[in-house]
Design a protein around this ligand. Sequence first.
Ligand code: NDP
Ligand code: MG
Length: 331
Amino acid sequence: MAVIYYDKDADLSHLKGEKIAILGYGSQGHAHAQNLRDSGLDVVVADLPGSPGWLQAEKDGLEVKTVAGAVEEAQVVMMLLGDNDQPPVFQKEVLPHLTEGKALAVAHGFNIIYNQVIPPSNVDVFMVAPKSPGHLLRRMYEQGNGVPALVAVHQDFTGKCLQRGLAYAKALGSTRAGVIETTFQEETETDLFGEQAVLCGGTTALIKASFDTLVEAGYQPEVAYFECMHELKLIVDLLYEGGLSWMRYSISDVAEYGDLTRGPRVIDKRVQEELKKILEEVQDGTFAQECITEFRMNRPRFTALRRKDSQHLIEKIGAELRSMMPWLEKK
Ligand code: NDP
Ligand code: MG
């Protein structure tokens, strides 16, 4: 079972008197910076001069500097740029000022695990990864609550790396909810697998295949859209609120019988074998290597695949139907 830390296990004094640089003022950055500041810590934000993030941070009453300037004066540096932007910024603006005993922190392990960011051996390296988007992290904190987070130590130079990480998580409000100890490897590999198998890859492929099946059989695409895409939200909300049994309690007996007898035929032995292969490609670095190479070559395959899916019939039909739903914001 997992080790879970709460408020009593974390002590803010491990970060008192230290300056904390939050690099990037996007989804995560704005929440981290403000929660830490409101917890009484000394925060400096870094973003691109004149960018929307820079201006917003100033509006929120925070001190803002360039990345190099912020890292130079900070003892703890949390990297909250987008994952693709991190490696070059780290090399040029962070590394030269990441001197002995400082701490480098991240909210996702990809760049560390796959050696896109290589910290020097004389600093602490930890992860605090809230399990929510930034706006919820901020809202929960303001309400006196917190969102659960993961904490992990990659490199303990000072002997106090975990305490620093836990103090950081406490300042975010996350120890109010519970902070689960993990490793960089576990966080990174499960994150990639989850988005490939279920959250993004598996779900979008299943939606398209089911929609195509109905349309090819002669059913109206509008009706197929409702069945295969629109109603997914109702089911996911129920799963999120109360798991499989709460979802099944809320649907009809006919739906539940179809679920129990047909679901395993959709996800059969062959699919399970493929899931194992997908996990192996994550674990042995094949996926990361492919992804890094693709992005370096300016994303030829990525762009082509994205274009192809944007032209799928379900996208055209969906846009028309969603314009009939006044409660939705235009995307
Ligand atoms: P965002 O894209 O929302 O924010 C990135 C920020 O970095 C923006 O403010 C952007 O500036 C700024 N930025 C980009 N390039 C530079 C640069 N060269 N110098 C300075 N600032 C720059 O990212 P997220 O908050 O979504 O993600 C940050 C990290 O948190 C990632 O590691 C991600 O994996 C992790 N994470 C994200 C979660 C989420 O739900 N979003 C959940 C848990 C972890 P601007 O746009 O103003 O130009
Ligand atoms: Mg993810």
